[in-house]
Design a protein around this ligand. Structure first.
Ligand code: ADP
Length: 182
């Protein structure tokens, strides 16, 4: 059974949902950088205040900052982990690689949740999170295409990529992922 997983895909592809289900079923740590950042905003911490405007506008927060969060959380003793929303660009992918070498926990599989753009924009508008306005959604999808999408090729070359058709119902996707995890 694979224990060190990563979910890659556009905003709205369902990474959070699938990572949540899988982490609960296996008692793995679910590490969502977006979720952790939103918590900081809610708690009105220094970090939260620093990132609030960036997140609301749909831009990415700095690589240094997210790396710090990832490093702090991955270091904890855990049974396994699922990364969701990190890395989001090549520089973050290289930093992650260094951290994983340090902690001696190599990544075993990357699930790429593939979904047509029209579907995800509809999904995000329905979700209605604070940063889910039409304008920021388009911005996030744009940034995704430019900076995150190259990671598909990157992980493919490392033979880590598993393709998942994410334009299906939640349970079908979940079943597919579980089979590919074995
Ligand atoms: P979504 O997948 O819908 O974009 P997330 O919860 O993953 O939602 O992220 C929400 C926001 O948090 C992003 O738009 C970005 O501003 C910030 N964020 C999350 N992860 C990262 C990251 N790895 N690098 C930079 N910014 C991030």
């Amino acid at each position: 059974m694979k224990k060190h997983l990563l979910f890659l895909g556009a905003p709205g592809a369902g990474k959070g949902t699938q990572a949540d289900l899988l982490s609960k079923a296996n008692s793995y740590l679910h590490l969502s950088t977006g979720e952790l950042l939103r918590k900081e905003i809610e708690m009105n911490t220094n970090l939260g205040r620093e990132v609030k405007d960036i997140i609301t506008s749909g831009e990415l927060v700095s690589d240094e900052l997210v790396l710090k969060i990832v490093r702090q959380n991955l270091d904890k003793d855990n049974n396994g982990w699922i990364l969701d929303g990190y890395p989001r660009n090549l520089s973050q992918a290289h930093s992650l690689n260094e951290v994983l070498i340090e902690i001696n926990q190599p990544l075993e599989v990357v699930f790429y949740l593939d979904i047509p753009e029209e579907v995800l924009i509809k999904r995000l508008l329905l979700r209605g999170r604070k940063d889910d306005t039409e304008k920021t959604i388009r911005k996030r999808v744009d940034i995704y295409k430019k900076t995150t999408e190259p990671l598909i090729q990157y992980f493919k070359e490392l033979s880590l990529l598993e393709y998942i058709n994410a334009d299906r119902d939640l349970n079908t996707i979940s079943f597919d992922i579980k089979q590919k995890m074995a």
